[in-house]
Design a protein around this ligand. Structure first.
Ligand SMILES: Cc1cc2nc3c(=O)[nH]c(=O)nc-3n(C[C@H](O)[C@H](O)[C@H](O)COP(=O)(O)OP(=O)(O)OC[C@H]3O[C@@H](n4cnc5c(N)ncnc54)[C@H](O)[C@@H]3O)c2cc1C
Length: 480
């Protein structure tokens, strides 16, 4: 029997349309491996909510491999050491993996390549996480794009992504190396179990990803253009955690969307809008490759001198959904209770933190990192910098969301807000987003005691807006 090869799974936890796995299967019997390396990424090691997802996703991947006559070998510890150990145990001649884009990924891949070479083995890396590799999208003068619209236009002029590929036939090795037990890794929270009931909200794994895509395309994409901004509507795909863990490839999404467009031409506009959001995911990774310091440093260097404040009490109120601004509180509680937050509301709460509370976007980024199931280094950093005004192609800092107006515009009937802030359920629509303006009798009839069971606003919108604009003005004179 020919010598085995190792397939090193990372954020590509699927079997369908995985070019590196197809190549591995051609090269010999495959030993599929996932290494839980808690130190990898330093302060960007995986957050709590994502660990919950990882636990379930690995379970699904293991099942999928078993159905294909294979299995998933789990190891815990330093990636390099574990891979070296596995090469020795299995006598594998090659290690296959899909490319990752975190700032530490390329260095680690080089170390793996060197370590493998020292043992007479090869390391082979394939694409599979993005539609277009960052190096292939360039302006006319050969430089990377820093603005989304021309970036996405250029992507669409490139050769279309290849068609998705089926699961390859996986030959078994003569013997299997030992595997750790997933349950021993304690990826799920216990005391307290803050993820209670999440199994009813999410279906991690490849099947769940495929179902989410098809439910969305068949039922909800038609209203995506308008509906995607309204958090109470079911018009977004909720694919982000699946894409983040690589349970579905962007090519599968792309081609399923193209097929729908071909079948129902009238849906073209909505489908293109949806694909342009997938384009934002590409753009964020493109920027992270260009500027690996993006999670730590402002893309626009002027913002390194912004007079940020850090009031622990205000930050805690924001994290706990106790700001006194109902749409902000609804979003922050949705995040805590479900591991997710609607995009429109993410923008509102991020604007509130960076502009109303003058708090550094990195603090918000870190909280999202721990709480989001879809926490992704590129999209999170890019989005926080976008809202905070310091990013490439960012919203201008002086565009400060009014949390009252945002609530009234995007959740007029209060369906979303009342769900997550139930203490306001009985408050008439007229006062829902500004309970402090409601007459005493109205508040009493709704069972609300401001400063008691619901907070008074932690900052005054108008004053906070002025303070934010003054802080921003200090940057204008900087010669950076
Ligand atoms: C402050 C802030 C932080 C964010 N952090 C993350 C994060 O850590 N991980 C993450 O995946 N997204 C992040 N986003 C982007 C966006 O909010 C989510 O991708 C989206 O809400 C996921 O929901 P969906 O799958 O239903 O999206 P859909 O509207 O159905 O979009 C389809 C897919 O496109 C991608 N996408 C959509 N919008 C964006 C965007 N603005 N930037 C990058 N990709 C996008 C996602 O992969 C998403 O699954 C953040 C946005 C903000 C404002």
């Amino acid at each position: 029997m020919s010598k085995p090869v190792i397939y090193w799974f990372r954020q590509d936890l699927r079997l369908v349309d995985l070019p590196a796995l197809i190549a591995a299967a051609k090269a010999g019997p495959v030993v599929p491996v996932f290494i839980w390396d808690e130190e990898l990424g330093g302060e960007w090691c995986m957050g709590g909510a994502s660990q919950w997802w990882l636990h379930h996703s690995l379970g699904q991947l293991h099942q999928g491999l078993e159905q294909n006559g294979s299995r998933l070998i789990l190891r815990r510890g330093d990636t390099l050491k574990e891979l070296a150990q596995l090469l020795e145990e299995t006598e594998a001649t090659q290690v296959f993996a899909s490319r990752q884009y975190q700032p530490w990924a390329a260095g680690l891949e080089q170390q793996v390549r060197d370590m493998a070479a020292g043992r007479g083995a090869d390391f082979k890396r394939y694409s599979g996480t993005l539609l277009f590799e960052p190096e292939t999208v360039r302006t006319g003068s050969g430089t990377p794009f820093k603005v989304f619209t021309p970036f996405w236009r250029a992507c669409q002029k490139l050769e279309a992504p290849a068609l998705p590929q089926p699961v390859p036939l996986l030959k078994k090795p003569a013997s299997w190396p030992n595997s750790a037990s997933l349950d021993d890794w304690s990826l799920q929270p216990r005391k307290p179990n803050w993820a209670l009931g999440w199994e009813n909200l999410w279906s991690p794994g490849e099947m769940g990803a495929s179902k989410a895509l098809h439910t969305f395309l068949e039922g909800h994409v038609a209203d995506y253009g308008d509906g995607r901004d309204f958090p109470a509507r079911p018009n977004t795909s909720r694919l982000s955690p699946h894409l983040k863990f690589g349970e579905i490839s962007p090519r599968q999404v792309w081609w399923a969307a193209q097929a729908l467009k071909e079948e129902h031409g009238a849906l073209g506009g909505a489908v293109d809008k949806f694909l342009s959001e997938i384009g934002w995911r590409e753009f964020c990774n493109h920027l992270l490759t260009l500027f690996p310091a993006m999670p730590d440093r402002a893309f626009n260097p002027k913002f390194e001198y912004f007079p940020w404040q850090a009031d622990p009490q205000l930050i805690r109120a924001w994290q706990q959904g106790q700001t006194g601004y109902p749409i902000v509180d609804a979003g922050m509680r949705e995040l805590w209770q479900t591991g997710f937050m609607h995009n429109r509301v993410r923008m509102v709460v991020a604007s509130f933190l960076t502009k109303h509370l003058l708090t550094h976007w990195r603090i918000g980024q870190q909280w999202f990192w721990d709480c989001l199931l879809d926490a992704d280094l590129a999209s999170n950093a890019c989005s926080w910098q976008w809202v905070g005004g310091s990013g490439a192609d960012a919203a201008p800092y002086f565009r400060i969301f009014n949390p009252v107006a945002q609530g009234e515009k995007f959740d007029k009937a209060g369906v979303y807000t009342r769900r997550w802030v139930p203490e306001l359920a009985e408050l008439p629509d007229k006062y829902l987003y500004k309970p402090w303006e409601a007459p005493e009798l109205t508040l009493a009839a709704a069972g609300i005691e401001l400063g008691g069971n619901y907070p008074t606003p932690i900052v005054d919108h108008r004053e906070a807006r002025e303070a934010a604009l003054s802080a921003y003005a200090t940057l204008k004179t900087l010669a950076v």
